[in-house]
Design a protein around this ligand. Structure first.
Ligand SMILES: Cc1cc2nc3c(=O)[nH]c(=O)nc-3n(C[C@H](O)[C@H](O)[C@H](O)COP(=O)(O)OP(=O)(O)OC[C@H]3O[C@@H](n4cnc5c(N)ncnc54)[C@H](O)[C@@H]3O)c2cc1C
Length: 306
C-alpha cells in the first residue's frame, strides 16, 4: 500500500458520518430491517440468494450480545415472507465471543435453534487473528448440537490448511465459507502478497472440495472464482439444480455486481451478502480500509464540500 493510501486511510475517522453514508449506501442496505427486506426482495428478483447480516461487532457487554440475538430473531421472523432461503451470518464478537465464550455458545445455539425451525442456515463469521481460537472452539461446540451452522476460514492465514484438516476430520457435513480474509494480519502468521493469498485460496478450496465439505466461495476475484469452478467441475459437483449442489458463490452487496451476474448466468448458485443496522458506520470504515481506491473518493468528496 502506498504512503498516500496510508494517509488517506488514517484520515478516514475524521470524515463526517454524512459523507461516509454517501459511500455506505453501496455496501449497506440501510439502518432498519425494512431496508434489508427490500434489498433481499430486489436481490431475489435478480436471481440471487441472500445472506442477512445484522451489523455489529465487539459488543461491550453481554446485554448488547443478547440484544443482537433478539434483532436476528426479529429479522428471521420477517424473512419467510420475503425469501425463505435466506441464510444469516453473525460475527463472533457481536455475540460476545471475547467476553464470555460459554455465553457466546449459548447465544449462537439460540440463533441456530430459531433458524432450524425455519429450515435456515447460520454462518458464524471469522474476525481478526486473536479471535480465531475461541471462534472455532465455539463453532465446534455449537456444531455438535446444531447441524445448520457453518464457519468461515481465511486463506491469508498460514494456519488455515491445518484448521481445514482438523475440521474435515471432526465435523461431518462441514460447511465453510472460504474468504481471503479482510483483516490485515502480520507477516509472521499470514501471507501479505495478493498472489500468495490467491494461491492459498485455491489450494484450500481444493482441500475442502475434495474433503467433501459444502463450500461457499466468497470472492469477487474472477480468476480465483474460475479456478473454483474448475475444481467443482473436476469433482463432478456442477450437475443438477444449482441450489442443490455442494458449493455456491457469495459476494458482498455493492461489490462487482457484474461478477455475480457472470457466475449466475453460467448456472452457479450465487448469494449476495446484505448487511443492515444502526452500526453501519464501523462496517463501512472496514470496507474502506480494504479498498483505498474508494476511500480516496470519500476523502475527495469531503474536501469538495469543505
Ligand atoms: C459474502 C462474504 C462474506 C465475507 N465474510 C468474511 C468474514 O467472515 N471474515 C473475513 O475476514 N472476511 C470476510 N469477507 C471478506 C473477504 O475476506 C475479502 O476481504 C473480500 O471478499 C475481498 O477479497 P476477494 O476475494 O474479493 O478478492 P480481492 O482480490 O480483494 O478483490 C477482487 C476485486 O474485487 C473488488 N473488491 C473486493 N472487495 C471490495 C470492496 N470491499 N469494495 C470494493 N471493491 C472490492 C476489487 O476491485 C478487486 O479488484 C467476506 C466476503 C464476502 C464476499
Amino acid at each position: 500500500m502506498s504512503l498516500f493510501d496510508r494517509l488517506v486511510l488514517a484520515s478516514l475517522p475524521l470524515v463526517p458520518k454524512a459523507v461516509i453514508w454517501t459511500v455506505a449506501k453501496r455496501y449497506v442496505a440501510g439502518a432498519e430491517l425494512s431496508d434489508a427486506l427490500d434489498r433481499i426482495r430486489a436481490v431475489r428478483a435478480e436471481g440471487f440468494g441472500s445472506i442477512l447480516d445484522v451489523l455489529g461487532e465487539g459488543v461491550a457487554d453481554l446485554a448488547a450480545a443478547e440484544g443482537a440475538v433478539a434483532e436476528y430473531e426479529r429479522a428471521m421472523d420477517a424473512l419467510p415472507d420475503v425469501d425463505a432461503g435466506t441464510t444469516v451470518s453473525v460475527k463472533p464478537t457481536h455475540l460476545g465471543a471475547m467476553l464470555d465464550a460459554d455465553a457466546c455458545e449459548r447465544l449462537l445455539g439460540r440463533l441456530c435453534e430459531r433458524a432450524a425451525e425455519q429450515g435456515r442456515r447460520v454462518r458464524f463469521e471469522m474476525e481478526d487473528a486473536p479471535t480465531i481460537d475461541v471462534t472455532l472452539d465455539v463453532f465446534r461446540r455449537v456444531r455438535e448440537r446444531h447441524d445448520n451452522v457453518g464457519c468461515v476460514l481465511q486463506a491469508r492465514l498460514f494456519r488455515t490448511a491445518a484448521d481445514v484438516t482438523a475440521l474435515l476430520r471432526d465435523v461431518d457435513g462441514l460447511d465453510v465459507r472460504l474468504v481471503k480474509g479482510i483483516y490485515l494480519e502480520p507477516p509472521d502468521i499470514a501471507w501479505t502478497e495478493d498472489a500468495d493469498i490467491s494461491r492459498s485460496y485455491v489450494e484450500l478450496a481444493q482441500q475442502l472440495v475434495e474433503g467433501g465439505a459444502f463450500v461457499g466461495f466468497a470472492t469477487h476475484d474472477d480468476a480465483v472464482a474460475d479456478r473454483c469452478v474448475a475444481l467443482a467441475e473436476r469433482a463432478g459437483l456442477v450437475t443438477g439444480p444449482a441450489d442443490a449442489r455442494r458449493y455456491e458463490f457469495q459476494l458482498l452487496m455493492g461489490v462487482r455486481k457484474r461478477e455475480a451476474e457472470r457466475l449466475r448466468d453460467a448456472g452457479h448458485a450465487v448469494r449476495i451478502y446484505v448487511p443492515y443496522g444502526r452500526d453501519w458506520h464501523a462496517y463501512t470504515q472496514r470496507r474502506l480500509q480494504a479498498n483505498p481506491e474508494i476511500a480516496r473518493h470519500v476523502i475527495r468528496a469531503f474536501f469538495r464540500r469543505g
